[in-house]
Ligand binder design. Structure first.
Ligand code: SAM
Length: 263
């Protein structure tokens, strides 16, 4: 059932009762620029709710949104669950907007935001990470960049992806990753895909770390939606390499497994 949610109290009540809130009703609490960018860059309300439900059910407690934008994922997640969210964002203007949004919805105790880069993050504080294809913008055409406030380059894409891949390898067994439109890099096969759902413009996936170390392979997520292009591992896509396994649903391929190249 769709409610005509308008003021913050109505939105809070609707979400907490498991009802649906239109993105345009929620986005009305964003300034005009981020509101316009919403469809391409921010997690839809329904998808953020689902991600928070999966993570709560999986027993997660502290979630880091890697690249939190205007805070939509963290704020909706904090409204619909008991989870604590931290958003990391390299655009200071978006950090400020996110803090205001969390305050507006009364969840600023469990949806907090840090301005900074990946190297500043104590990843060991988190048992779950969320990625809405955060590094993809580095390899998009300039016309599709959110703004010109940060330097975006293919080299930065590689650096950020490699840093995150190393973090995924270090995280303890039981850690969770949720991706929307893909994480963009290699997920060690110590992780298994435990939930997936085609949701609005992309695919939401929950990965759970089952083993301490990868068994020589990694997963690459596949998207067959056009709305937000993939920033996939070019190495894995090259003609010379073939997947050794794949996970499919009734729509298409969700992830392909590759052997790590020998050094
Ligand atoms: C596609 S948006 C997703 C925003 C938010 N997670 C959501 O789901 O609504 C990706 C965000 O990641 C941020 N970002 C990208 N690379 C980053 C980095 N290395 N460090 C911090 N933030 C980053 C971008 O500025 C952008 O706001």
């Amino acid at each position: 059932m769709m409610y005509a949610a308008r003021n913050t109290e109505q939105i809070l009540q609707t979400l907490r009762c498991g009802g649906e809130v239109e993105d345009e009703d929620f986005d009305a609490y964003l300034p005009p620029g981020p509101r316009l960018a919403s469809r391409q860059y921010w997690t839809p309300v329904a998808v953020a709710s689902l991600a928070a439900q999966w993570l709560s059910r999986a027993g997660a407690r502290h979630v880091l949104d890697v690249g939190s934008g205007c805070g939509k994922l963290c704020v909706v997640g904090a409204i619909v669950s008991e989870l604590a969210f931290v958003g990391l964002e390299h655009r200071l203007n978006l950090v400020r907007i996110a803090r205001k949004l969390a305050h507006r919805f009364g969840v600023d105790d469990r949806a907090t935001f840090r301005h900074g880069a990946l190297v500043d993050v104590p990843f060991e504080e988190f048992d779950a990470l969320y990625f809405y294809n955060p590094f993809g913008e580095n390899v998009f055409a300039e016309a599709e960049h959110l703004d010109t406030n940060v330097a975006l380059t293919p080299e930065r894409f590689q650096d950020d992806i490699r840093l995150m891949e190393a973090v995924l390898e270090r995280m303890p067994v039981g850690s969770r990753i949720v991706s929307y439109h893909g994480f963009g890099g290699r997920i060690p096969d110590a992780y298994e895909l435990t939930c997936s759902e085609r949701a609005r413009t992309g695919t939401l996936r929950l990965w759970t770390k089952m083993r301490r170390q990868a068994q020589g392979c990694y997963w690459v997520e596949r998207e067959n939606t056009a709305a937000f292009r993939d920033a996939q591992d070019q190495e894995a896509l090259s003609a010379a390499r073939r997947p050794v396994d794949a996970i499919k649903d009734n729509v298409g391929v969700l992830a392909e497994k590759y052997v790590y190249p020998s050094q």
